[in-house]
Design a protein around this ligand. Structure first.
Ligand code: CU
Length: 374
C-alpha cells in the first residue's frame, strides 16, 4: 500500500480511537506512553489539555455545521438569511467567539509557559544526582560523576535480543526513583540525541558542548528510548534503556559496581599468567559486546566499512601492530582507541582475535604484554 494511504488510514484510526475513549487508547498504545517523571507528567498534562480542547471544538463546530446543512437545506425551501448581521448576536458574534478562543489559547499558553520553565530550569539543589551522558558512534556512556562509576551501554545483537532487538542494551542506565537527577549531555564524535519518551527528555548531544536536562523519576520500571539524531550508519543501534529502581536498590547497585571495579582492577593488575582457555573465554564475551557491532560475531566484518578480522593481515600478523590499532585506534575512522579497557580485557580480546575463526596463530597475550605496549 502506498505510504500516503497508510498515513491517511493511520490518522483516521487515531481519530476513531480517540473518539472511543481512554482504555482503547492504552491498549492500542496510540497516546504517549505513561510518564515516569514529574516533569514528564506536566508535559503530558499539557498534551491532554490541548487535545481535549481541540476535540471539544471539533465536535461543536462539526455538529453545528452538519446540523445546519442538513436541517436548513435548500430542497426544504430554506433561503440564506440576509439579515443575520442586523441582529444583536450577528453583530457581536465575531467579537465574542474569537475572544473565547483567545481565552482558551491563553490558558494553554500560560500552562505551557509554566511547564517549560520547570523543564528548562535545572533545580539548584545540593543533592542532585549528576549523570554525564556521552554519545559515541554507536553506544552510550553514562558517568555517575559523584560515584566514580562509568557504564558503557551497547545494543544487543539480533540473535540474543529477540523481540527486543534495537530496544535492549547490555548495561542499563540505572537511576533512583524519588531523587532529582541532572543529565549533562555531550558527544565524543558527532551529533547524537538522548531521548526517552517516558522521561520526556530529548536533548542533542553536541561535541565540545555540555548541556543540561533533569528528571524526577516517580515510578519504577524499564523505559526504552533511542538516539534521536541521525549519527551515521549505526544510528539505529544505540538504544537507551533506563532502569528506574528504588533508592535502596540504587545504593546496592552502586556498591556492586564499585566492587566489580575493584575486583576487575585487582585481576588486571596482578601478574598472573592466564591460560589460553581463560583468555579465549573472556575475550569472546568482550569481543561480542564491544567489537562485534562492527567486526561481527563471525569476524567477517561488513566490508568495505568494517574490515574482517578473520584472516586479516593485522590480526594474524605481528603482534605489536595488532596491539597498536586496538590500543590507539585509527584516527579518522570508526576504529576508536580502546585504551580505556584494562590490561586483562585487552589481552583477552587480542588473544581471542588472533585465535578465533580459524586465525589459529596460537599467540597468547598476557596483561603484562599490554601494559608494556601502552
Ligand atoms: Cu547517535
Amino acid at each position: 500500500m502506498p505510504a500516503i494511504y497508510k498515513t491517511i488510514l493511520n490518522s483516521s484510526l487515531i481519530t476513531l480511537m480517540s473518539a472511543l475513549g481512554g482504555t482503547v487508547q492504552a491498549d492500542w498504545a496510540i497516546n504517549f506512553p505513561e510518564p515516569a517523571a514529574g516533569v514528564a507528567r506536566d508535559i503530558y498534562g499539557i498534551h491532554m489539555l490541548t487535545m481535549g480542547v481541540a476535540t471539544l471544538l471539533l465536535v461543536i463546530v462539526f455538529a453545528f455545521v452538519i446540523y445546519s446543512l442538513y436541517t436548513h437545506r435548500k430542497s426544504r425551501g430554506f433561503e440564506a438569511d440576509q439579515n443575520f448581521h442586523k441582529t444583536w448576536f450577528g453583530n457581536w458574534a465575531w467579537v465574542i467567539v474569537p475572544a473565547l478562543v483567545l481565552g482558551v489559547d491563553m490558558t494553554i499558553a500560560n500552562n505551557a509557559q509554566k511547564v517549560l520553565e520547570a523543564v528548562w530550569e535545572v533545580p539548584k539543589e545540593e543533592d542532585l544526582l549528576d549523570v554525564k551522558v556521552t554519545g559515541h558512534q554507536w553506544w552510550w556512556e553514562f558517568d555517575y560523576l559523584d560515584h566514580d562509576i562509568k557504564v558503557e551501554s551497547r545494543y544487543i545483537p539480533k540473535d540474543k535480543a529477540g523481540d527486543l532487538y534495537l530496544r535492549s542494551v547490555d548495561n542499563h542506565l540505572v537511576l533512583p526513583v524519588g531523587k532529582k537527577i541532572r543529565f549533562l549531555h555531550t558527544s565524543a564524535d558527532v551529533l547524537h540525541a538522548f531521548w526517552v519518551p517516558e522521561l520526556a527528555v530529548k536533548k542533542d548531544a553536541i561535541p565540545g558542548y555540555v548541556t543540561e536536562t533533569w528528571v524526577d523519576l516517580d515510578r519504577e520500571g524499564i523505559f526504552r528510548g533511542q538516539c534521536a539524531e541521525i549519527c551515521g550508519t549505526w544510528h539505529s543501534r544505540m538504544p537507551i534503556v533506563v532502569e528506574a529502581v528504588s533508592q535502596q536498590r540504587f545504593d546496592e547497585w552502586l556498591k556492586e559496581q564499585g566492587e566489580l571495579k575493584i575486583v576487575a582492577a585487582a585481576e588486571a593488575a596482578s601478574d598472573k599468567t592466564w591460560s589460553m582457555e581463560d583468555l579465549m573465554e573472556k575475550g569472546r564475551g568482550l569481543y561480542n559486546t564491544k567489537c562485534a557491532a562492527c567486526h561481527q560475531v563471525t569476524g567477517t566484518g561488513l566490508p568495505p566499512a568494517f574490515p574482517p578480522l578473520k584472516g586479516s593481515a593485522i590480526a594474524t600478523g605481528p603482534i605489536p601492530a595488532h596491539m597498536d590499532i586496538v590500543l590507539n585506534g585509527k584516527p579518522g575512522t570508526a576504529m576508536q582507541p580502546w585504551n580505556s579497557l584494562n590490561d586483562l580485557e585487552l589481552a583477552a580480546i587480542i588473544t581471542y582475535e588472533r585465535n578465533a575463526w580459524g586465525n589459529d596463530t596460537g599467540d597468547k597475550i598476557q596483561p603484562a604484554d599490554v601494559r608494556a605496549a601502552r
